[in-house]
Design a protein around this ligand. Structure first.
Ligand SMILES: Cc1cc2nc3c(=O)[nH]c(=O)nc-3n(C[C@H](O)[C@H](O)[C@H](O)COP(=O)(O)OP(=O)(O)OC[C@H]3O[C@@H](n4cnc5c(N)ncnc54)[C@H](O)[C@@H]3O)c2cc1C
Ligand code: FES
Length: 256
């Protein structure tokens, strides 16, 4: 898939919680084709400590407004610099990168999209595209506490939303793998993104129930283009580059 280096303009930068922003970016030309699960390498300008671009998932593509959305957790200098951007600022982005989630091939599919923390980011765009293909979509979203459950209304427009919080402030208390929906419903495929311990636990559930399952990995990256090998993951097929061969992998390939 062709990659583009684009100067995108900030439409808005909304604070969704103490630790999260939603950046909406646009371009004078139509944004390129993108697949849910792919990501963008964002250049961080005006931050001397941030030399490398930062990988951020495609949160949503709003074709009617020609907008690309990035949902960002503020963890270090790079992401905090993004939090300082305002309307009209320019962000240089390399996109779209990586392979993307498996899109449903028929309306018989019932997908469970599992996200933990900011790992919910790629699931909004995926849910939209899966719903447009006629699949039944459910989301299982986990966070530490209610204020870190983001974009819930948008998820609810696309399917059933099940929630867990570690402190019990919203939804069922505990981790996503404790949610009662897993013992009530059957899904044809699970796609997930989030902390590795969460994904390993969901992968164990999928193996036990014989459910097809794929995981989007967030290994540390540098080039994002398959050249530096700093993102490799050991798999049943040897060392694979998460930026190029992933970030989405069938769990059967992972040594989990
Ligand atoms: C394919 C991919 C998609 C991603 N999508 C998103 C997204 O949609 N939204 C989002 O907020 N973040 C996402 N991330 C994580 C994001 O890239 C990092 O949080 C970011 O690069 C940190 O940059 P920083 O300069 O703010 O922090 P740094 O100063 O570089 O690091 C701050 C802390 O975060 C940790 N950290 C840095 N990178 C990662 C990483 N990749 N995984 C886990 N911990 C990390 C560091 O170890 C350090 O403890 C994604 C990562 C990958 C690989
Ligand atoms: S980040 Fe350089 S090879 Fe993946």
């Amino acid at each position: 898939m062709k990659k583009y280096l684009l100067d995108l303009t900030v439409v808005s930068n909304e604070r969704l919680s103490d630790r999260h922003i939603l950046l909406k970016l646009t371009s004078p030309a139509a944004l390129p084709e993108m697949i849910p699960g792919q990501f963008v390498e964002v250049r961080i300008d005006h931050s001397p400590s941030t030399f490398l671009r930062r990988p951020i998932s495609i949160n949503y593509v709003d074709r009617s407004r020609n907008e690309l959305w990035l949902l960002v957790a503020l963890v270090g200098d790079g992401t905090r610099t993004l939090a300082g951007l305002g309307s009209g600022d320019v962000v240089n982005c390399l996109l779209p990168l990586g392979n993307g989630f498996t899109l449903p091939s028929s309306s018989d599919e019932s997908l469970l999209l599992v996200g933990g923390g900011v790992g919910i980011a790629p699931l909004l765009f995926f849910g939209r595209e899966a719903k447009d293909r006629g699949a039944r979509v459910s989301f299982l979203l986990g966070a530490r506490t209610a204020s870190e459950l983001l974009e819930l209304d948008l998820f609810k427009n696309l399917g059933n939303v099940y929630v867990t919080t570690e402190d019990g402030s919203a939804g069922e208390r505990g981790f996503v793998t404790n949610h009662s929906v897993l013992s009530r419903e059957v899904f044809t495929r699970i796609s997930m993104c989030g902390p590795t311990p969460m994904m390993k636990a969901v992968a164990a559930y999928a193996r036990k129930t014989g459910t097809a399952c794929e995981a989007s990995l967030e290994n540390m990256m540098a080039c994002g283009l398959g050249a530096c090998l700093c993102c490799v993951e050991k798999t049943t097929e040897g060392n694979l580059r998460v930026c190029q061969d992933g970030p989405v992998f069938d769990i059967q390939k992972l040594l989990w």
